[in-house]
Design a protein around this ligand. Structure first.
Ligand code: G3H
Ligand code: 13P
Ligand code: ZN
Length: 306
């Protein structure tokens, strides 16, 4: 079988490891992902959000992804949180390997309709599709996590049946950003279990899965930053979600931003005369690579799965 994204998602599901889906928004963050994937011999997904696509520009994204794939052919370009048919179509036409259509804010029937439209178009061109059901919210939206709308397992089964998505993002208590929990980190693994009981063959996706390393937050704050009450998902919970459940793709953005920015703050504070971007961006890149290599080996277990 061709070693495409479908192959790796199936392999991840069957062998209980997760593909990391790592967001990049500049050359150095992509280089860090590539280097970590090579160092650990991992397959990985390189993700761009709509805003990252606008920030870098389409042709830069495509050229950068092509250069990354030349170094590691087990890297796959993914559109993260596409909000419309048009942006997903654009990504498909540009040659992305997969797209996420995020209709999670819509009523169920409208989410089904939009997701199915994207899947019908993408599948004709051999591009995989991720849909989302339930809302991945958090305290940054001033919404109590206890009241957040988790994925409904029966609706999930109906959603996958009608849309034919290749992967499903589930809402089980994670949220985007660095302020994920008010008190103790917890996930609704019971809901995850119910979803996979009904959909045993569907690779499930965990968004908002950064661990928000407290040492990185400390560095960030010690060198002039101010991140209050930062808290991520614990490594133990992520490992459980991968090893004991069907989470086969894990999205990580905040940890990359935090590694990169905390290191840059440190280097610039300690070297007041430094004005060569290569010196501080290079250090940010090194720190990010370290953090990602650790994750690939010890949390996602995708090392040596190429
Ligand atoms: O899930 C969202 C990602 O963290 C991307 O965020 O739109 O700021 O690039 P962004
Ligand atoms: P984090 O903010 O936890 O890194 O989540 C990123 C994400 O879900 C991208 O889709
Ligand atoms: Zn997300």
């Amino acid at each position: 079988m061709k070693k495409n994204l479908k192959f790796y998602l199936k392999k991840a599901l069957e062998n209980h490891f997760a593909l990391g889906a790592f967001n990049f928004s500049n050359l150095e963050s992509l280089q860090a992902i590539v280097a970590a994937s090579l160092q650990t011999n991992s397959p990985a997904i390189i993700s761009v959000s709509e805003s990252a696509l606008n920030y870098m520009g389409e042709s830069f994204v495509i050229s950068l992804a092509q250069a990354a794939k030349e170094q590691n052919p087990a890297l796959f370009l993914h559109l993260d949180h596409g909000k419309s048919f048009e942006i997903c179509k654009k990504a498909v036409d540009l040659g992305f390997d997969s797209v996420m259509i995020d209709g999670s804010a819509l009523p169920f029937e409208e989410n089904v309709c939009l997701t199915k439209k994207v899947a019908d178009y993408a599948h004709k061109k051999g591009v995989l599709v991720e849909g989302e059901l339930g809302q991945i919210k958090g305290i940054e939206d001033n919404i109590d996590i206890a009241k957040s709308s988790y994925t409904n397992p029966e609706q999930a089964a109906e959603f996958v049946k009608q849309t034919k998505v290749d992967m499903l993002a589930v809402a089980i208590g994670t949220s985007h950003g660095v302020n994920k929990f008010v008190k103790t980190p917890s996930l609704r693994l019971d809901i995850l279990q119910q979803i996979e009981n009904i959909l045993p063959q569907t690779p499930l996706v965990l968004h908002g899965a950064s661990t928000v390393d407290e040492k990185l937050v400390e560095t960030f704050n010690n060198f002039g930053g101010k991140l209050d009450k930062a808290q991520g998902v614990s490594e133990e919970l992520l490992i459980k979600a991968i090893k004991e459940h069907n989470i086969a793709k894990i999205n990580t953005d905040s940890d990359i931003r935090l590694a990169f920015s905390s290191e840059i703050r440190k280097v610039l504070s300690e070297n007041k005369k430094e004005f060569d971007p290569r010196k501080y961006l290079g250090k940010g890149r090194e720190k990010t690579e370290q953090i990602l290599s650790f994750k690939m080996k010890n949390v996602f277990f995708c090392a040596d799965k190429k």
